[in-house]
Design a protein around this ligand. Structure first.
Ligand code: NDP
Length: 276
């Protein structure tokens, strides 16, 4: 674990990355915990990622967060991986080791903490649908299965991806691949939008009446990108709706714990981000 008094360097790498809230989140965590660190947002093109990570390691940087489009490509650039990263096939957190980068994935832990601790949502015994089969969906499925839902359905616009993902995760619990339209007639206690459709002002094409009584709608996106799905969910009768801002802060908190061995207080940071 790095020395709390020696300034350590961290960053989020992405393209684009200027919009990232991670520098603010980690600055607040560091201040709370009296940790001496610098955290920046650095734009890196996909073609430059391998060279950049090798150079950062040689310069002594302690860790990175990865955002679009690097999460999957960075898998091959890590010396070692956590089980979470291997299951997700994607890394969002890099931790320095002397031999190279250790890749982890904190998205699923972040989501489950936001749902269960911050929103008071019970996963155990519930019927859950995850929409989308990209890197984010892959990262959240195993942690959701660990909470023992009655059934975890994964559905996607491209119908083949859920089949492959569900086959790989079958040993972990009751996971069922579906298409969006085949959900017609089903009812879910929790529907999680893990698609990027909201960035284009869209929602996945879904049949109506999917929410059971008292159901929760959760969108991994936040800000404007969460509005289409959460608006649709409200109109469809979801009782609780939430965007993914809490998940963003919780996945960052888990990365901070991996780097610094300290669990930050997330509530104040979520509240500050909500105020804009
Ligand atoms: P990917 O690009 O890997 O996957 C995108 C997914 O969205 C695919 O399943 C794709 O379906 C689906 N999709 C895209 N457009 C549409 C559409 N118009 N209709 C239906 N489905 C669509 O992205 P990620 O998985 O990495 O990220 C998904 C979202 O989650 C992003 O918006 C990201 O910002 C957010 N996110 C939030 C986090 C947080 O901390 N709050 C953490 C990680 C991600 P298909 O396979 O058919 O193309």
């Amino acid at each position: 674990m790095p020395d709390a008094n020696t300034t350590s360097r961290y960053a989020v790498l992405g393209q684009p990355v200027a919009h990232s809230k991670s520098p603010l989140i980690h600055a607040r965590f560091a201040a709370q915990a009296h940790q001496s660190l610098r955290y920046e947002a650095i734009e890196v093109a996909p073609a430059d990622l391998a060279t950049a990570l090798a150079a950062f390691h040689a310069e002594g940087w302690q860790g990175f967060n990865l955002t679009l489009p690097h999460k999957t490509a960075a898998m091959a650039l890590c010396k070692t991986h956590s089980e979470a990263a291997e299951r997700a096939g994607a890394v969002n957190t890099l931790i320095r080791t002397e031999e190279g980068w250790h890749g982890d994935n904190t998205d699923g832990t972040g989501l489950v903490r936001d749902l269960t601790r911050n929103l008071g949502v019970t996963i155990k015994g519930k019927r859950i649908a995850v929409l989308g089969a990209g890197g984010a969906a892959r990262g959240i499925l195993a942690p959701l299965l660990a909470e023992i839902p009655r059934e975890l359905v994964i559905s996607n616009r491209n119908p083949w991806k859920p089949e492959d993902i569900a086959a790989a995760l079958k040993p972990l619990g009751n996971i069922v691949p579906r298409t969006h339209l085949s959900l017609k007639g089903d009812r879910f206690d929790l529907i999680i939008n893990a698609t990027s459709a909201g960035h284009h002002g869209e929602i996945p094409r879904l049949p109506p009446a999917l929410f059971a009584t008292g159901a929760v709608a959760y969108d991994l996106n936040y800000g404007k990108a969460a509005e289409p799905f959460l608006g649709w969910a409200r109109a469809q009768g979801a009782s609780i709706v939430s965007d993914g801002l809490g998940m963003l802060v919780e996945q960052a908190a888990e990365a901070f714990r991996l780097w610094r061995g300290i669990n930050p207080d997330t509530a104040a940071v979520v509240a500050e981000l909500r105020q804009g």
